[in-house]
Design a protein around this ligand. Structure first.
Ligand SMILES: C[S@@+](CC[C@H](N)C(=O)[O-])C[C@H]1O[C@@H](n2cnc3c(N)ncnc32)[C@H](O)[C@@H]1O
Length: 233
């Protein structure tokens, strides 16, 4: 529980700005998902953070039940305070079992936290958690196979350094706010054993992982610089 009362609104608003700094085209991804997933009744958002994306999914499909999963106590507290009643917030590790029966599963800027073998296992569990014909959408840092990685390293996307700075500042401000003191200590305990892998698999890596998890079709449907979204059916 937060040490003092939590007003999630400004924190969630600035989080959204930080995420859009990393991926300026993020709003257009929502339209792409809406075209691919016609009328999902149950939606699962993996690594939903403070629930901003889950809230948008709930607004887009008002009759859907949206569930988001995360492990970070700070972000879970912001989500619990801020999401509308249509969104359920679950505390869980993506490396453990997932709930089942979803028509759409999304993971936005999340899977790079996991090591490659854990991403493969997650894709297998996602397939089991989806209804027949359900969609898995993974959006993350996903370099194009055609772009040599050395060039990629030499040419960071414009605005990437500013986004990294904004991310560090956001967490710095959270660390200084008394209402997050206990949650930040809990967070440190959790991530001590789960350092982010920062794995940026290429498009073909993710497509192969999805196919070997049992998805029949998988391909890129959206790209914004070094970020892309894969849909697996
Ligand atoms: C960069 S954030 C993206 C959050 C959100 N998807 C968004 O777009 O705003 C990555 C999220 O993945 C979550 N995450 C990382 N590893 C996780 C794990 N093993 N289990 C559950 N969530 C995890 C983090 O706590 C964080 O909220």
């Amino acid at each position: 529980m937060p040490s003092t009362a939590l007003d999630s609104a400004p924190w969630r608003a600035t989080w959204d700005e930080v995420m859009t700094g990393f991926v300026p085209g993020l709003p257009s991804l929502e339209d792409v998902i809406a075209c691919a997933a016609r009328d999902p009744r149950r939606i699962l958002d993996l690594g939903g953070g403070p629930g901003v994306f889950a809230e948008r999914l709930a607004a887009r499909w008002p009759s859907a039940q949206v569930t988001m999963i995360d492990i970070d106590p700070v972000l879970l507290a912001l989500a619990r305070d801020g999401v509308p009643p249509a969104v359920s917030v679950l505390e869980a590790d993506l490396c453990d079992a997932l709930p089942a029966g979803f028509d759409l599963i999304t993971a936005v800027m999340t899977v790079h936290y996991l090591r490659p073998e854990r991403i493969r296992a997650l894709y297998r569990r996602c397939r089991q958690a989806l209804t027949l014909g359900g969609l898995l959408v993974i959006a993350d840092l996903m370099p194009d196979d055609g772009l040599p990685s050395v060039m990629d390293a030499l040419n960071p996307a414009p605005g990437e350094a500013a986004a990294e700075l904004a991310w560090a500042q956001w967490w710095g401000e959270v660390a200084e706010a008394p209402e997050f003191a206990q949650l930040m200590a809990d967070r440190a305990d959790i991530f001590r054993h789960r350092p982010p892998a920062n794995f940026a698999g290429s498009v073909s890596w993710h497509v192969a992982a999805a196919r070997s998890a049992g998805f029949r079709e998988a391909g890129v449907v959206w790209r914004d610089g070094r970020h892309a979204a894969l849909v697996a059916v």
